[in-house]
Design a protein around this ligand. Structure first.
Ligand code: ARG
Length: 473
């Protein structure tokens, strides 16, 4: 049970910013459910920054004297230093980061420390802190994501001409290159990078300070001053919206879930490629793991872990949406749970991104083996059908002609690429206008890739990689 006696200000316990209207403190079980310091302590830099901005505003409107202001901002600096050194001491009644900092302020300054709370509420404070925390996290994570994209671009450039089967339905479809396949993921992640950028812009467009608990303030504090001091580009247009809104967090978590989905698909490919059955790729020793019983094992655990973490990331956005969907305006304590999922998702991405970058960096391909499969599985069928179109045949008919060619080859146990130019021309008389070189190019997967030389195609991977690098720089 929290004691309410011998506290500096009556029933308001030092690190708990309320209590005078109660005859006793909260039950232990109630306290333990509500205390959030273990989660929200990490927002201290932003709580302190906004406290300093708030002290400046209180000075401007005359609520603080110059002496009080100097004492408070000096004490905030002292507190900041103790956090930075990891020496800030929490007490058992620090309910959350806002309470802990005010408690310390009062310890340092006595009654003067209690003046800073005028004109603000934890409702606008907490959402301010979360916005600023997330904006910084996004900056850091964009750098991590850029690194992942760069490793993909490097590998794509290295394998720009390394031909490979391209799949649909995991069945060989048309030849591509390993570089084309890897760069595809680079472009997905480049969009994710943009999404995070946009998300941060929206976060920083709305300073919630000056909203108070929900209705705005009776003191003449200027919301624009806070915005300027803290680097926001604008202020909340509606104080109720400001304290109730969590959609910036949902947006971030959605962007992170999409990143998780993209990385999970990439990892799924890497897991397949690493199997003996595929035999395409090998993760470096540093990004592979062994088995406790089977001495021969070389497992792609890192890729599997990332694929698994995607589920956790999807859960975060789902959890926050569910938390918010039934809440009447404005603040409800349910919202304290927002940071649990926010931080968990951000922390998860923080460990995922460097691991993915390292795994991609260390990936090696058996390019000879990969190339050997590129033209097989009737992967050259579309090329022949399109050659017939160039010779004037309607595609519908060309599809039938090549379908019959595939059926007859299949019956004989051969592939289209096994046919000599003469055999091909004999089986598909409409191709007889082509010379030997053109006929053999038709069944050559390298030539098939080279034919697809539009900017998006398998034959233009080098240029794509240049554009990808430019897109993220
Ligand atoms: N720790 C609280 C949270 O994270 C701060 C806001 C508390 N506001 C309130 N009205 N109880 O949401």
């Amino acid at each position: 049970m929290m004691s309410t006696e011998n506290q500096p200000y009556g029933a308001t316990s030092a690190g708990r910013l309320w209590g005078a209207r109660f005859s006793d403190g909260p039950a232990q079980a109630a306290w333990e459910l509500g205390v959030s310091i273990a989660t929200d302590h990490r927002m201290w830099p932003y709580d302190l920054a906004s406290s300093t901005a708030h002290a400046d505003e209180l000075l401007r409107i005359g609520v603080l004297t110059a002496a009080d202001h100097a004492a408070i901002t000096g004490a905030l600096d002292t507190i900041r230093e103790s956090f930075a050194l990891g020496e800030f001491e929490y007490t058992p009644d620090d309910e959350d980061i806002h309470g802990a900092i005010e408690r310390r302020l009062v310890e340092l300054l006595g009654e003067t420390g209690g003046r800073l709370r005028a004109g603000r509420s934890r409702n606008d404070q907490v959402i301010n802190d979360a916005r600023l925390w997330l904006a910084q996290a996004i900056d850091d994570q964009r750098a991590g994501l850029k690194h992942v994209i760069t490793t993909l671009a490097d590998q794509a450039a290295l394998h720009a001409e390394a031909i490979a089967p391209g799949f649909t339905h995991l069945q060989r479809a048309q030849p591509v290159t390993i570089g084309h396949h890897l760069a595809a993921y680079g472009w997905m992640l480049a969009r994710d990078l943009d999404r995070l950028h946009d998300c941060k812009d929206r976060i920083m467009a709305v300073s919630p300070l000056g909203s108070g608990a929900l209705a705005g303030l009776t003191l003449p504090l200027d919301p624009m001053q806070y915005a300027q001091a803290l680097g926001y580009t604008g202020i909340a247009p509606n104080s109720m919206d400001a304290v109730a809104d969590r959609d910036f967090m949902v947006e971030y978590l959605a962007a992170v879930a999409i990143i998780g989905m993209h990385l999970s698909r990439l990892c799924e490919d890497i897991i397949l490629w690493s199997s003996v059955e595929f035999g395409w790729a090998r993760c470096s020793d540093a990004f592979s793991t062994g088995s406790s019983i089977m001495p021969q094992k070389r497992n792609p655990d890192i890729a599997e872990l990332v694929r698994g973490k995607a589920g956790r990331l999807f859960g975060a956005v789902q959890a926050l949406l569910t938390m918010c969907k039934g809440l009447p305006l404005t603040y409800n304590r349910d919202l304290q749970e927002d940071k649990v999922v926010l931080f968990d998702a951000a922390d998860t991405l923080d460990v995922v991104l460097p691991a993915v970058a390292g795994m991609i960096e260390g990936l090696t391909f058996n390019t000879t083996h990969v190339a050997a499969g590129a033209g097989g599985g009737f992967a050259m069928a579309t090329d022949i059908a399109e050659a017939l179109v160039r010779a004037g045949m309607p595609f519908r008919q060309a599809h039938e002609v090549v379908g019959s060619l595939v059926a007859s080859c299949e019956a004989e146990g051969i592939d289209i690429i096994d046919l000599s130019p003469a055999q091909l021309a004999e089986r598909v008389p409409a191709l007889q206008g082509l010379d030997t070189a053109a006929l053999s190019a038709l069944v050559n997967p390298h030539a098939g890739v080279a034919r697809r030389n539009a900017p998006n195609g398998a034959g233009a991977v080098r240029e794509q990689v240049v554009r990808l690098r430019a897109a993220i720089s």
